[in-house]
Design a protein around this ligand. Sequence first.
Ligand code: ZN
Length: 455
Amino acid sequence: MDILQRLARFLDRPLFPWKKLIIGFSVAQFCFEEFLSLRQYRVLKNTKPPQVLQKEVSKDVYDKSQEYGRAKAKFGFVRALWGQVQNIAFIHFDVLPKLWSWTGTLLRFLPARLSGEISHSIVFVLTFVLIQQALSLPANIYHTFVLEEKFGFNKQTPKLFITDMIKSNLLAFLFAPPILAGFLTIVKKTGTQFVTYLWLFTAVLQVFMITVYPIFILPLFNKLSPLEEGKLKSQTEALAKKLNFPLQELFVIDGSKRSAHSNAYFFGLPWKKHIVIYDTLIEKSSEEEVVAVLAHELGHWSLGHTTKLFGVSQINVFYIFSVFSVFINNASLYADFGFLNEHPIIIGFILFSDALAPMDLIIKLLMNIMSRRFEFQADAFALNLGYKSELASSLIKLQIQNLSTMDADWMYASYHFSHPILSERLKALNWTATEKVAEDKPEKEGVEKASGREL
Ligand code: ZN
């Protein structure tokens, strides 16, 4: 902490070029990520699938998956460039201080007891979120209704797209004010001690969200129904019993409403868990394959991956707040961004997050390395339970249905992928093809990038 404090003092000098530094970080990150994308783009131009998939994947499917990959890469480049332009323009035209003072005038329309920094910060953040959303809307529309549509993957209607957007905004407007108020009150009331309190606050918040999400939020977007009696249910229950998994209930989710991505996951408190299976997974796979997928998922639980990830995210939050506590009073940072007299905490946090961006890059890399290790371990877990060929065939089926990238540049994959690529996973399963497991046809009705944890 001492080093940090010294560093903070060193950096808190009048006329320290914060703006230039932050723009520099942002441009450097953009260049680095585009360099990786360029490397990946070269792989996406290959015309021959990796060895292990050559028996499984026809030329047509492979070509189409490569074309899909290239289309996504080009779109990604345009989106990232647009983000860069926005970011630099925001800084160059002093959008933050202007927006802060403008939202301050909005406060006058509220009752007098809602003046103060906390109300101001809430109005500011909600306005900021709406602006960001409006700016990213064209790209989101293009992605869903042009790119995904072109490859036959989009299942969303404009109506569903709009109602989803309205619902998520309502949720943001419902949850953001109390969370922000709690966050700012803690920083204001506990002074230099705020790190521990803030950290406790976010930990409680996370647990609260894990509990509330499936019960109140998920049903707003999807329908969960109990899994019908049958072979799949009895096999899953037997697996859960064998592993001492505290299975409370088995659900099927109507994931097909938006995409055909197949998935399964579990949620709940440590002593009362629920398993959720996508309707698409049940539709496209045999019962044994679904159980193999669940064996992988329960592997994550049995090996303590969920707990470890929660622990690591706690360490990360603690680290961010500790560094923030040292920089929160950095007057030169505020001044360079046009906040000469006022030092609103929320603005400090936004600027500070930008200044910390290079560290985020490293954290992302480390988290992905860890996550890929966990995936291998969960695959091995399913393998040891005797699901080798079922797991392999379901992985291949999913890959073909989703036209997922079949091969990857190692640098790109190390940085971006939370899951190992299929050929690596099959190799680790020591799986060799005896016969073709999947049909050649990719899933026509479509798939959106999976949300949440994949397999
Ligand atoms: Zn997994």
